[in-house]
Design a protein around this ligand. Structure first.
Ligand code: SAH
Length: 480
């Protein structure tokens, strides 16, 4: 950020304005709107400026600049067309640490004036850091059209009600939720329509009906890794939350989308190393909600697919905590799309199965005969450590050894890599593969060779392609 935006309180403060042409006239209007007292240095005043000298807040200080004019000034604006004079004034102001703006000359400025959207007391300032005032004005016009003229009245109404809300709702979070609901209610529209009596009545009713503590939990599917695969609802709920409870599969870039002041609690789990036991996570969610907090429980992928979301929802239901489930893109869908492996295909797979490859005491207790019937795509979650067992068991129960099989590592992220082989070859191709990885077995996996379009980090693309070509060659040689 090249400039720090701040809002400057100029009420009754003394400013120096150099110049009295068209630009200076506009700057004078701006300074006066902000309540400043303005001293003008210019040879000649335009009639428009002349007319403003009457009320005492604007004076014509002198015809030429002298350093003493800077005494007691909090801001200097140079709006003359004399570049040398502007530079001299700017230097003098800077030497005294007085903020100075030279119109259309960012290099001379210590402060720059943004494009302003004024819905007093709401003010939006837009800056392109001097790179393109036209762009800043274009953005301003866009924002102008978004913000109704009644916004100022709404802000004043809200300001006037703050003491009442503070008295009724002791907890900060409860007050924030009250105001969020207020903004979504009919009251802002009533105020915009000038129906002040109705708005007052609705406000009183809304405040009386707001419990001071009402926590809830939102189980949010954060998708398979790439932040832009979050749903709009996931993002919205995340930004409403007071506390974020997240685990290992949720990348930092997604957690960072929460409100800056939201508390973050990490309950990460690694394979075979559960850092916070599930029962404790459930108890934590209940406790936080009982404290009146809005809790976002962020989970990788979809909460109800191998995410233990069902168990957590049951704990909440038993404790009578209000909760909501926001679905997410599950790893199978994300990895399949980004690896070019359609999970079903008219010619190759009429169904798809999501299976856990998580081992209990090194054992994988699955109905292999049932799984090995072909024309179906098998997706193993948490199956990296058991890849060899899975492939060998499927062959032993009748799936052809040349059935295509792919391992998608870090699917959908810049680090994604795909290893393609067959049931026979894949176990020998996965050296060094890391979690999270997803195993996709079935004829559709071979379509990766034709449909892969995403190579993660574009800089790494040639290496990726060469590597996966090689894997394809060795993996599929057998199938041919
Ligand atoms: N609820 C999650 C799954 C949690 S189980 C979902 O719906 O996706 C964890 C397993 O999901 C991992 O062991 C891995 O098999 C898979 N997984 C999750 N994200 C992944 C990713 N980005 N790439 C590959 N596999 C992933």
């Amino acid at each position: 950020m090249r400039y720090l935006p701040l809002f400057f309180d100029l009420q009754q403060q003394s400013c120096l304005l150099l110049g009295a042409g068209e630009v200076a006239t506009r700057k004078l209007a701006l300074l006066r709107e902000a309540g400043a007292r303005v001293e003008i240095v210019a040879r000649e005043l335009s009639p428009e400026i002349q007319a403003q000298l009457d009320d005492g807040t604007v004076i014509h200080r002198a015809e030429t600049f002298a350093e003493a004019q800077l005494d007691g000034k909090v801001l200097v604006i140079c709006a003359t067309d004399d570049a040398a004079l502007n530079a001299r004034v700017a230097d003098a102001a800077k030497a005294r640490q007085i903020p100075v703006n030279v119109v259309d000359d960012p290099a001379q400025c210590s402060v720059i004036v943004p494009a302003i959207i004024d819905r007093d007391p709401v003010t939006v300032a837009v800056s392109s850091a001097g790179t393109s005032p036209v762009l800043a004005r274009w953005i301003r016009s866009r924002i102008e059209s978004l913000l109704p003229p009644s916004l100022g009245a709404l802000a004043r109404f809200m300001g006037s009600k703050r003491p009442a809300v503070k008295a009724a709702l002791a907890e900060v979070g409860a007050r924030r939720r009250f105001w969020e609901r207020f903004l979504d209610s009919a009251i802002p529209n009533q105020l915009a329509a000038g129906q002040v009596t109705q708005a007052e009545a609705a406000f009183t009713a809304q405040l009386a009906g707001t419990p001071s503590h009402q926590g809830r939990v939102v189980l949010i599917g954060a998708g398979p890794g790439s932040p832009d695969l979050l749903t709009f609802r996931a993002l919205q709920r995340l930004q409403e939350a007071d506390v974020i409870v997240h685990d290992r599969l949720v990348p930092e870039a997604i957690v960072a989308l929460a409100r800056r002041d939201a508390e973050r609690i990490y309950v990460g789990k690694c394979r075979d190393a559960h850092s916070v036991p599930q029962a404790e996570i459930g108890a934590l969610l209940v406790r936080l909600a009982q404290e009146g907090k809005i809790v976002a429980r962020l989970k990788g992928g979809d909460p109800f697919i191998f995410g233990r979301g069902g168990e957590e929802a049951q704990v909440l239901a038993n404790a009578q905590i209000p909760f909501e489930i926001v679905p997410g893109i599950t790893a199978a869908a994300g990895c399949a799309a980004f690896a070019g492996i359609p999970l079903t295909h008219r010619d190759h797979a009429q169904s798809v199965r999501f299976i856990t490859g998580h081992t209990q005491n090194g054992q994988l207790d699955l109905d292999w005969a049932h799984l090995a019937h072909g024309r179906e795509t098998l997706v193993f979650y948490m199956g990296l450590g058991a890849t060899r067992t899975i492939c060998q068991s499927l062959i032993a129960h009748g799936l052809p050894a040349h059935t295509p099989a792919a391992l998608v590592e870090h699917g959908t992220t810049a680090r994604q890599s795909v290893r393609l082989g067959t049931l026979r070859t894949l176990p020998d191709l996965i050296d060094g593969a890391a979690s999270p990885s997803l195993l996709i077995i079935g004829e559709v996996a071979a379509l990766h060779a034709q449909l892969a379009w995403f190579e993660g980090n574009p800089d790494a693309a040639p290496a990726f392609r060469a590597e996966s070509e090689q894997r394809r060659a060795c993996g599929l040689a057998e199938a041919a």
